[in-house]
Ligand binder design. Structure first.
Ligand SMILES: Cc1ncc(COP(=O)(O)O)c(C=O)c1O
Length: 449
């Protein structure tokens, strides 16, 4: 369990800074000010020079002047922006009927069967929601109901969503966003290296301490929830299997393991449909979202059926738009396209080559430390060339220089210094080549400042 005081992590590493308003073109400044007048202060735009997007196609976005941006960041349009399979499925369904899970609709049942066939046999019930946050909210609710306990363990810079309950288990929202009193954090990562054979045992030990602490406070463990690629913790994919001892410990303590698959799910890791499968473990509950509908609002929690028996008998769940016919049509088109276009194999192939090429290109670049990740999810540490400490300002400079070159990525991690490259699964070899050219140029340009 982390004994460090929680740092005031930046609430968004790559956010537009309103202090820079005067640097913007008159058109962009106007657009930002007009937006702020009505949307208020809670939103953040990406980049020092925000991008106005008017169109998307495949792995590209376009602005009003027709400039093309290579999208190396957005995981939601996993099969590609404006993919015709989704557009057609949604249009057809909108012209037919769009209603909810209170009616018998074969397409919902068929999609559920199809999607569940990608999960381990034990996870055989699915409940639809509109967002990953709602899916996690429901997973926590069921975990607390079934176990009769309230303690939740998360990683030190986890993000699990925006409802009050899930924001309260999301330390990455920053020190001013309150955590629930029954939350404990674990921080097993050695932020200097990923080649860390002790990671699994360290995580297990920290889980044990967190469980002891919860029990000492009369709370007890309901669940450990983790994103198995640890995206907001700085992209921690390896060594595979490091989660296994921790999950054994969670189960020994009578808690449930909730796999938050919102980031690694739907084949992003290139090794399997679901991130937990890389670690050779099975969750009690998995939550999925983002890429599920290629941008249509559909998400879900997938359960071991025994967990839902009492909850289903005593409490019902109805989410008006969760699993509506149109979003299910989009989700079915996504599933079909991932299979038909071999996107998981592509994520493995393109991702492995990209990681190797980025490692090679940065081997002698002092400001880049470790490059890690799997499939189409890479993280690269930006560090101080002299002492190797995390350099969030350097990461922001690289991200903004790439944006200037019309390549979109972002940064994350507890210190905000991890470049996050996480393109649509449709990202191909030519895209990777273009990325590498611009990335090398951006590093040179930033190093010369
Ligand atoms: C790991 C993880 N879980 C949950 C969520 C919340 O999903 P949503 O934004 O669909 O509510 C996110 C969103 O970024 C996420 O990254």
């Amino acid at each position: 369990m982390s004994t460090q005081p929680r740092t005031a992590a930046p609430t968004m590493v790559n956010g537009f800074d309103p202090e820079r308003m005067s640097d913007l073109s008159p058109h962009t400044r106007d657009a930002v000010e007009r937006r702020n007048r009505v949307l208020g202060p809670v939103y953040r735009l990406f980049y020092h020079d925000p991008v106005e997007v008017v169109r998307g196609s495949g792995t590209y976005l376009y602005d009003a002047e027709g400039n093309e941006y290579l999208d190396a960041y957005n995981n939601v349009p996993c099969i590609g922006h404006s993919h015709p399979a989704v557009a057609d499925a949604v249009t057809r369904q909108l012209h037919t009927v769009n209603t909810n899970t209170r009616y018998l609709q074969p397409s919902i049942t068929e999609y559920a069967e199809d999607l569940l066939s990608t999960f381990p046999d034990a996870l055989s019930n699915i409940v639809f929601t509109c967002s990953g946050s709602e899916a996690n909210d429901l997973a926590l609710r069921v975990a607390k109901y079934v176990t009769g306990r309230r303690g939740i363990i998360v990683t030190a810079n986890a993000y699990h969503g925006v409802t009050e309950t899930v924001a309260a288990i999301s330390p990455s929202l920053g020190a001013r966003s309150p955590l629930d009193i029954h939350v404990r954090t674990v921080d097993p990562f050695d932020h200097r290296t990923a080649i860390d054979d002790a990671l699994g045992e360290r995580l297990r030990t920290q889980i044990r301490s967190a469980v002891d602490d919860l029990e000492r406070h009369g709370v007890g463990l309901a669940a450990f929830i983790a994103d198995s690629i640890f995206s907001s913790d700085g992209v921690r994919s390896d060594p595979t299997g490091f989660l296994r001892p921790a999950i054994d410990e969670v189960h020994r303590a009578g808690g449930l393991y909730i796999a938050d698959e919102v980031q690694p799910g739907f084949g992003r890791t290139g090794e399997s449909w679901w991130g937990f499968q890389r670690h050779g473990i099975e969750p009690d509950i998995a939550t999925i979202g983002k890429p599920m509908g290629n941008g249509m609002p559909i998400a879900a929690a997938v359960f071991r059926p025994d967990l839902l028996v009492e909850f289903g008998r005593n409490i019902r769940y109805f989410n008006t738009f969760g699993g509506n016919t149109v979003c299910v049509a989009a989700a079915q088109a996504v599933l079909d396209t991932i299979r038909a276009e071999g996107l998981i194999e592509r994520a493995a192939r393109v991702g492995a080559n990209l990681k190797r090429a980025v490692q090679h290109a940065t081997a002698d670049v002092d400001m880049i430390g470790e490059v890690r990740g799997c499939g189409l999810f890479l993280g690269a540490d930006v560090v101080d060339p002299v002492d190797g400490t995390p350099d969030a300002a350097g990461a922001a400079a690289v991200v903004n220089e790439l944006r200037r070159r019309r390549v979109l990525i972002s940064a994350s991690g507890p210190a905000g210094n991890v470049l996050k490259v996480r393109p649509p699964l449709a990202f191909g070899e030519p895209d990777a080549d273009r990325f590498l050219t611009e990335f090398a140029a951006a590093l040179t340009s930033v190093a010369q400042r």
